[in-house]
Design a protein around this ligand. Structure first.
Ligand code: GDD
Ligand code: MG
Length: 359
C-alpha cells in the first residue's frame, strides 16, 4: 500500500482574497476544490492512505472529504495548532503513518498541479536506493523556488530555497514539491517546533552525506500560489491540457456546473468554469476564467483570465482582465479592471468608478 502526506496548512497569502474564507486547497478549480484533483491523481497512482497535514482554516477539510471513501482513499487528518512549517508538518504526521522501516512515503505540496508519473518517481526512488527522492522541474525564472542542482547520476548536490543572490542561481532545476521519503528519514526531523524541509531538513541531510536523488521531469507543472496561475490551472483542467479524474465533465472549452444559468447570446471559452447557481447574462463574454457559485456576470460584460468569487456581482459592460473579485463583492457597471487588480471580499465598487487598475 502506498501512503502520502499532503501539506495543506499554509495561509495562501499570495492568493488573497481567494484564501480569506477558504484555505488554498479548498478553492475550486474546474468545479471542485483543488485538493480533489490532487487526491484523484494520487489515487490513480496507487496511493490508498493520505494524511492531510492541516493548519490554516483546518476545520473545513473533513466536512467535505470525510473519511475519503467517496474518493477511493482512506484519509487521516492531522492538525497543527501553530504552523510548524513544511518539515514540522511532515513530522507531525508520523503518528498517522502506517509505513514500516524502509517503506517509501510520498509527500506532496498542496498547491501543485502536475502530470508527473508518480509510480515512475517511486520506481526511481527504489532504483536509486535514495533517502529522499525529489521531483524537479525546469522553470524560466527559478528565484521563487527551491534550487536543486544535481550531478550526472541524479544525485542532489545542493538545495537553496528562494535564492537571494545572483551567484546562487546555478541551475534552472527547481524543487517541484513532491518527494519520496524513506520512512525512517522522517523520524529524524525534530518534533514539536517549526522546521522548513527546504531550509533545514534537505541542507542538513546533504551535509550529513545522505543520498538525495533528483528526478527532472518535463511533465505539465504549475504552482498555484498566485491568482494568475490558479486561474490558468483551472482552465487547463477544464480543457484537458492536464488530466484529472476529478473534473466533473468531459474536456472542452468550458464547463457549466448543474444549476448555473447561461443566457442565450453569452459566450464562454478558453476553459472557463461557471459554478452552481451562477448566472451569466446575455452578451457576456467569458474567456479562461473561474466564476464561482452564485456569482452573476452582467449583460455585455467581458471577463478574461479572471476569478469571480462566490456570490460576487459583475456589472453590465464591465471589463475584467487578469482580475480577482472577492467573495460577495460587487463591481458596478462600466468599470475596467486589469493586470492583477484584486477586489477584497464584500467590497462594493460603484458604476463607472475604475477605468484601469494595475496592482
Ligand atoms: N501543514 C502545514 N503547516 N502546511 C504548510 C505549512 C505549515 O506550517 N507551511 C506551508 N505549508 C504547505 C502549503 O499549504 C503548501 O501546500 C506547501 O506547504 C508549500 O508551501 P508554499 O507556501 O506554497 O511554498 P512555496 O510555493 O513558496 O515553495 C515551495 O514550493 C515550491 C514549488 O512550488 C517550496 O517547497 C519550494 O522549494 C518549491 O520550489
Ligand atoms: Mg506554493
Amino acid at each position: 500500500m502506498t501512503e502520502a502526506v499532503l501539506l495543506v496548512g499554509g495561509k495562501g497569502t499570495r492568493l488573497q482574497p481567494l484564501t480569506i474564507n477558504t484555505p488554498k486547497p479548498m478553492v475550486p478549480a474546474a468545479g471542485v476544490p483543488f485538493l480533489a484533483h490532487q487526491l484523484a491523481r494520487a489515487r490513480a497512482a496507487g496511493v490508498r492512505h493520505v494524511v492531510l497535514a492541516t493548519c490554516y482554516l483546518a476545520d473545513v477539510f473533513e466536512p467535505y472529504f470525510g473519511d475519503g471513501s467517496a474518493h477511493g482513499l482512506r484519509l487521516t487528518y492531522v492538525t497543527e495548532d501553530e504552523p510548524l512549517g513544511t518539515g514540522g508538518a511532515i513530522r507531525a504526521a508520523t503518528p498517522a503513518l502506517e509505513a514500516g522501516p524502509g517503506d517509501p512515503v510520498l509527500v506532496f505540496n498542496g498547491d501543485i498541479l502536475t502530470g508527473l508519473d508518480v509510480r515512475q518517481l517511486l520506481h526511481r526512488h527504489e532504483q536509486a536506493q535514495a533517502d529522499v527522492t525529489l521531483h524537479l522541474t525546469r522553470v524560466a525564472d527559478p528565484r521563487a523556488f527551491g534550487l536543486v542542482p544535481t550531478g550526472p547520476d541524479g544525485r542532489v548536490t545542493a538545495f537553496t530555497e528562494k535564492p537571494q543572490r545572483p551567484e546562487e542561481i546555478v541551475t534552472d532545476q527547481v524543487n517541484a514539491g513532491c518527494y519520496v521519503f524513506r520512512r525512517e528519514v522522517i523520524d529524524t526531523i525534530p518534533a514539536g517546533r517549526p522546521v522548513s524541509v527546504e531550509r533545514e531538513t534537505f541542507p542538513g541531510l546533504l551535509a550529513e552525506g545522505a543520498l538525495l536523488h533528483g528526478v527532472v521531469d518535463g511533465a505539465y507543472w504549475l504552482d498555484l500560489g498566485r491568482p494568475a496561475s490558479f486561474i490558468q490551472a483551472s482552465a487547463d483542467l477544464v480543457r484537458g491540457i492536464v488530466h484529472s479524474p476529478a473534473v466533473p465533465g468531459e474536456p472542452g472549452e468550458y464547463l457549466v456546473l448543474p444549476g448555473a444559468r447561461v443566457e442565450r447570446g453569452a459566450r464562454l471559452g478558453g476553459g472557463t468554469v461557471v459554478g452552481a447557481g451562477a448566472h451569466v447574462e446575455a452578451g457576456a463574454e467569458i474567456d479562461g476564467s473561474v466564476v464561482l457559485d452564485g456569482a452573476r456576470i452582467g449583460a455585455g460584460a467581458r471577463v478574461r483570465a479572471s476569478m469571480i468569487g462566490t456570490g460576487a456581482r459583475v456589472g453590465t459592460r464591465t471589463v475584467l482582465d487578469g482580475a480577482v473579485v472577492g467573495d460577495h463583492s460587487t463591481v458596478g457597471a462600466d468599470n475596467e479592471l486589469r493586470d492583477g487588480a484584486r477586489i477584497w471580499c464584500g467590497t462594493a465598487i460603484p458604476d463607472a468608478a475604475i477605468r484601469y487598475s494595475a496592482v
